[in-house]
Design a protein around this ligand. Structure first.
Ligand SMILES: Cc1ncc(COP(=O)(O)O)c(C=O)c1O
Length: 393
């Protein structure tokens, strides 16, 4: 008789990780010069800056190691100096006062989610989010016995939830997750919209979790706003993975409401003890590397403009407005209703890796895919030509 397995044993994969593995294998199997443009598989599946940590961050880590710093445990919420630096970031960037005590350094934003969910919700609690959504929100909630409640969104609301959608929920949820800019659509909530959602949550005692990981990567008319400016009970999630270009260093943070500071600290002590010490040193230095990081943003901006112009001519003419992050959410209903099959063929034949929409929207994702444009500028410039040729344009 098979041994019992737990609820977590049934967690679905985070599909993009499987696509990354397939693209690695495809790239390794190709002879040089397999494509006419002389490039290998063009990686548009992965939401990872190709740039690595800013120089000042890497140098701070090297300096600390060369000085023989023992790199032991830190406090569960991280180095005091990093927490204070993050608190200062809120004052400088948003004009919002955040006490250092409310900042918890975590193992990426990914490590922040289980802490936040467990501190805020119980098994059985219902947590709403826009669909399409970042898959781990729902997968982690489900693994913890909580229930994701999907709010189907489309271009009419820039793929973002509205107060009217929340009002229509019966029963009312226990929590709401928002992301602005969001993954996969790259769209944003205007500050007034985020403020209205935060007010609605406070009025109805719904715990708001605001994923702000793509702040700093915005290109359009919509200004960035933090939920910390609008609500003292909201939980804010952020990370050094995107703007700060430090995915593998695994440093993120939470801004916690007062009532959850000690509960999350206890959970963090038990779950992770602390985020990697040397990476915290690097992250603190990264916050002073703005010119290098803004040069990365300028590159994303140029790739975004190029793709918004060239992808429609290549046959991908229904793209999300792409206010921020580094993603384009493409409606490919005219080409397929089976995005995993379409993406597999696109990788095999055109040598372009993209993520099938089913990762982000199980209901409608068969007719969507997500292009990421944070890869090398030369690859992004070559992609539309390859795609157009593949689709016979
Ligand atoms: C919306 C969103 N939140 C959180 C994460 C997790 O980021 P990390 O754990 O690297 O900080 C990602 C990564 O792609 C993301 O897109």
């Amino acid at each position: 008789m098979a041994l019992k397995t737990g609820r977590g044993a049934h967690a679905p994969p985070f599909l993009v990780m499987d696509v990354i593995a397939a693209a690695n294998a495809r790239a390794a199997s190709l002879p040089p010069g397999a494509f006419a443009d002389g490039r290998s598989v063009i990686r548009m599946e992965v939401g990872q800056p190709g740039t690595g940590a800013p120089r000042g961050a890497a140098e701070a880590a090297i300096r600390a190691l060369q000085a023989g710093a023992p790199m032991g445990y830190t406090e569960a919420f991280g180095l005091r100096s990093l927490r204070a630096r993050i608190a200062r970031h809120y004052a400088e960037r948003y004009g919002t006062a955040v006490a250092t005590e409310r900042v918890a350094v975590t193992v990426g934003a990914s490590g922040a989610f289980p802490l936040a969910f467990l501190a805020a919700f119980d098994p059985g609690d219902r947590v709403a989010m826009a669909a399409p959504f970042y898959p781990p929100y729902a997968n982690i909630l489900t693994a913890l016995g909580m229930q994701p409640v999907l709010l189907p969104c489309d271009a009419a609301t820039r793929w973002q939830p509205t107060v009217a959608m929340l009002d229509a929920l019966d029963p009312r949820p226990d929590g709401l997750i928002v992301a602005s800019p969001c993954n996969p659509a790259g769209t944003m909530l205007a500050p007034a919209e985020l403020a209205a959602i935060a007010r609605w949550c406070d009025t109805h005692r719904v715990r708001l979790i605001s994923d702000e990981i793509y702040h700093g990567l915005t290109y359009g008319e919509v200004p960035e706003a933090t939920a910390a400016a609008f609500s003292d009970s909201a939980i804010v999630v952020n990370s050094f993975s995107k703007y700060w270009s430090m995915t593998g260093w695994r440093i993120g943070w939470l801004v916690l409401p007062e009532d959850l500071v000690r509960p999350v600290e206890c959970l963090a002590q038990n779950f992770f003890i602390n985020a990697p010490h040397v990476a915290q040193v690097a992250a603190e230095a990264a916050m002073d590397c703005t010119p290098e990081l803004e040069a990365n943003v300028a590159r994303y901006r140029a790739s975004r403009a190029l793709l918004l112009e060239a992808l429609p001519r290549a046959g991908f003419d229904r793209l999300s407005p792409a206010d921020g992050a580094f993603y384009l959410w493409a409606d490919v209903a005219r080409l397929t209703n089976d995005s995993p099959e379409f993406c597999a063929r696109m990788m095999a034949e055109a040598g372009i890796a993209a993520t099938p929409g089913v990762d982000f929207d199980r209901e409608r994702g068969g007719r969507f895919l997500r292009f990421s444009y944070c890869g090398p500028a030369e690859d992004m410039a070559a992609a539309p030509g390859r795609l157009g040729a593949w689709l016979g344009r």
